[in-house]
Design a protein around this ligand. Structure first.
Ligand code: ARG
Length: 461
């Protein structure tokens, strides 16, 4: 037996050393050391509780605290020696604790298992990251509100089927992105409710025979309550799946933003200028300014959805209770967190510097007969049934297409040729400004309505 294997905390029953490759293959310390602070936090709470029920003396508890504090420092300073032989973050820390404080270190694991320990660590870790992600979404939302305010009365074409449909304001369009993020934040907070439940005390799977006080541990760790079933607590990773699903939705939203930014930054649309600092050139084509940041974000959305699929497949068909399969939950989860935070940050940093090319947006809005619906509505207000109005405006649009003119450029006589109901007040509604200004109801695109929506949103943030 190698020294390392003799040191292994759980190896007394084995007569054979772990195969060297298996040791590497089964180790998770390379990635789960990310949860070291949460592991220590959990151990401090566990030791506190063990002392209150008489399993640890106050001296033992304090020496555990001291040892863990030192380990925390070592980790923060990058001096901690992580070892593959100790398999994972939990055993690495426990082994070091015993090295530092002796016997008391060996008592820490009383009434606990790595199974409930790891489930607790992940939940503590996710709670922290969800708060960071939520704050980053908030930053992006503020950036969107500022830009929307600046562009509240900027007219652009609104699209359906990527064809010019009706004029909208750019501020209104930006507020659509804002709204998606409102729901994303809600989804995260909702998911947090189920994450913030404490598995510790479930031990390996069946609970423990010690008279543990789970309410106390839960309170010390800021969990809303102890979990209700030990088998379920150590095994299910549905909370991680739920988070990854929420992350996938956020990334899906970011990919939609990205797609529009990429299109709009192209010479064909030329609706916006992206800040140089967020674009790169081409190694061969000197004229190029590529929208790399939104393109990368769009690409990274696939990777997060991939992690969601990984976790679903990881959990599928697992019998109760804990299985080693679950060690595979961490890498997808961590990469989801990193990807999400980085993408949100890139957007939050970039959005304030997006420059609207207002003239181009306006002339694009003029091109697609965007006020055709307004003309139909005008005829309806004068008493014509909507279907007839739709038909008549279709004919007017055809004349516009043939003569390459917008509806507002047709003469009154020409328009009256389609319906005698049309009088010279028609030109007020054929203007883009008139069209957007008329949409003043809640959720509408009128500049004043958009400004009011921004005010409401600011107050809610
Ligand atoms: N590293 C393990 C994991 O991530 C910790 C739990 C190990 N438990 C066990 N019985 N082998 O899931």
């Amino acid at each position: 037996m190698t020294t390392a294997n003799k040191d292994k905390l759980s190896s007394a029953r084995f007569s054979q050393a772990t195969d060297a490759f298996v040791e590497i293959f089964t180790a998770s310390v390379d990635f789960d050391q990310r949860m070291a602070q949460q592991d220590i936090e959990g151990s401090i709470a566990h030791a506190t509780m063990l002392c209150t029920i008489g399993i640890l003396t106050e001296a033992e508890r304090d020496s555990i605290f001291q040892g863990l504090e030192q380990i925390k420092d070592e980790i923060e300073r990058g001096e901690f020696q992580w070892s593959i032989q100790q398999e994972d973050v939990h055993m690495n820390i426990e082994a070091r604790l015993t090295e530092l404080i002796g016997i008391a270190g060996k008592k820490l694991h009383t009434g606990r298992s790595r199974n409930d320990q790891v489930a607790t660590d992940i939940r503590l870790y996710m709670r922290m990251e969800i708060n960071a992600i939520t704050a980053m979404i908030g930053r992006l939302q503020h950036a969107l509100l500022d830009l929307a305010e600046r562009e509240a009365s900027t007219i652009m074409p609104g699209f359906t089927h990527l064809q010019v449909a009706q004029p909208v304001t750019f501020g209104h369009h930006l507020m659509a992105w804002f709204e998606m993020l409102v729901r994303d934040k809600e989804r995260l907070q909702d998911c947090l409710k189920r994450i913030n439940i404490m598995p510790l005390g479930a031990a390996a799977l069946a609970g423990t025979s010690y008279p543990i006080n789970r309410e106390l541990t839960a309170e010390l760790l800021g969990f809303s309550r102890p979990s209700a079933n030990s088998l379920d607590s150590v095994s299910d990773r549905d909370f991680a799946i739920e988070f990854t699903a929420t992350a996938s939705i956020i990334m899906m939203h970011l990919s939609r933003f990205s797609e529009e930014l990429v299109l709009w930054a192209s010479a064909q649309f030329a609706f916006i200028e992206l800040p140089d600092a967020f674009c790169t050139g081409s190694s061969i084509m000197p004229q190029k300014k590529n929208p790399d940041v939104p393109e990368l974000v769009r690409g990274k959305s696939g990777r997060v959805t991939g992690h969601l699929m990984s976790l679903l497949m990881l959990m599928k068909s697992q019998p109760l209770a804990y299985n080693k399969d679950n060690q595979e939950d961490k890498e997808p989860l961590f990469d989801t967190v990193d990807t999400l935070i980085n993408c949100l940050r890139a957007f939050a940093d970039m959005v304030p510097h997006i420059e609207a090319k207002r003239e181009n947006m306006l002339s694009a809005a003029k091109k697609g007969f965007a006020t055709a619906t307004d003309l139909a509505d005008y005829l309806v207000r004068k008493g014509m049934p909507f279907r007839d109005a739709h038909e008549i405006v279709g004919l007017a649009v055809r004349l516009g297409v043939e003569s390459e003119r917008d509806l507002s450029e047709l003469s009154l006589t020409e328009l009256q040729g389609f319906s005698e109901m049309i009088t010279d007040d028609v030109f007020d509604i054929l203007s883009l400004e008139g069209s957007v200004a008329a949409r003043q109801h809640i959720g509408g695109t009128a500049p004043n309505t958009v400004r009011a929506a921004i005010q409401t949103a600011r107050a809610a943030l």
